[in-house]
Design a protein around this ligand. Structure first.
Ligand code: ZN
Length: 262
């Protein structure tokens, strides 16, 4: 025998509807006196949210330079590296097919710069292009970039070159404990974007603390160096040399920078 349909709305459902209506009313009510509304810009009747990185200054350091190999004397010159001296710059690594690390770091860095500028940040790049006719800048210049302007953060972009079998994945290097916190945030953003932690360095946790890198040692702001993958690994190389892969790296790093500077 069929049960008769209930003509009335069950009491529990009514209670839920009332609670939802109350929640909605509370959510749209006026802000309390102790809440300060964020600055807003109104254009043609539309309220625009403030840009998330407005007032922030980020230094992006695209590792190496495509022409470094053609200027051995200039790049071998010793420069200050943070209590010791080190070669001005190195050629960087490449994929087995010859795609240079310098080009990879430039492609990711310029995309990252574009994203951060769109989010309102001031961005300083330590080099302006990727050219076989240029060398440097030296690591002391990369390390001090942004110091005088009081920049908020430095991200140095690199790719690794390990011949160990199966070596792949990214790791993030910091020079001190404060920068290690930034490294953790960027590691999280890269993992959220689907990138795998390095299998062959940094103890497997994707984080490394090093005091031999001038770019980090000379920075007077939180600074990290990201080794985004192993260019000698076929799988990593396929991602690192493709525009889509470079866009994914830039997007993940931009997300990490926003998380840190928020
Ligand atoms: Zn490098």
């Amino acid at each position: 025998m069929r049960r008769p349909r209930a003509a009335a709305v069950p009491p529990l459902l009514l209670a839920l509807c009332a609670a939802a209506a109350l929640g909605s009313a509370l959510g749209s009510g006026p802000a309390g006196a102790d809440e300060v509304a964020p600055p807003q810009e109104v254009v043609a009747g539309h309220v625009l949210r403030p840009l998330p990185l407005a007032g922030r200054h980020v230094v992006i350091d695209p590792g190496h330079q495509l022409g470094n190999a053609r200027f051995p004397a200039e790049t071998a010159r010793l420069v200050e590296a943070g209590g010791f001296r080190k070669a001005c710059n190195t050629t960087g690594t490449a994929t087995d097919a010859g795609y240079a690390e310098a080009t990879f770091t430039w492609e990711v860095s310029r995309r990252l710069a574009e994203r951060l500028r769109r989010a309102g940040a001031r961005v300083t790049l330590t080099r302006v292009g990727d050219s076989a006719d240029r060398w440097g800048p030296c690591v002391d210049e990369r390390g001090t970039a942004g110091n005088a302007e009081g920049a908020d953060l430095k991200v140095s972009v690199h790719g690794d070159g390990s011949y160990a079998a199966g070596a792949h994945g990214f790791h993030v290097i910091a020079g001190d404990e404060a920068s290690l916190r930034v490294a953790e945030v960027l590691r999280g953003a890269l993992e959220d974007a689907g990138f795998a932690r390095a299998t062959y360095v940094a103890g497997g946790d994707g984080l490394d603390l090093r005091t031999d890198l001038a770019t980090l040692n000379l920075s007077q702001m939180p600074a990290v160096l990201v080794e985004l993958g192993n260019m000698r690994d076929a799988g990593d190389a396929a991602v690192m040399t493709s525009p889509a892969g470079q866009e994914r790296f830039a997007s993940a790093l931009a997300s990490g920078v926003r998380r840190w500077l928020r």
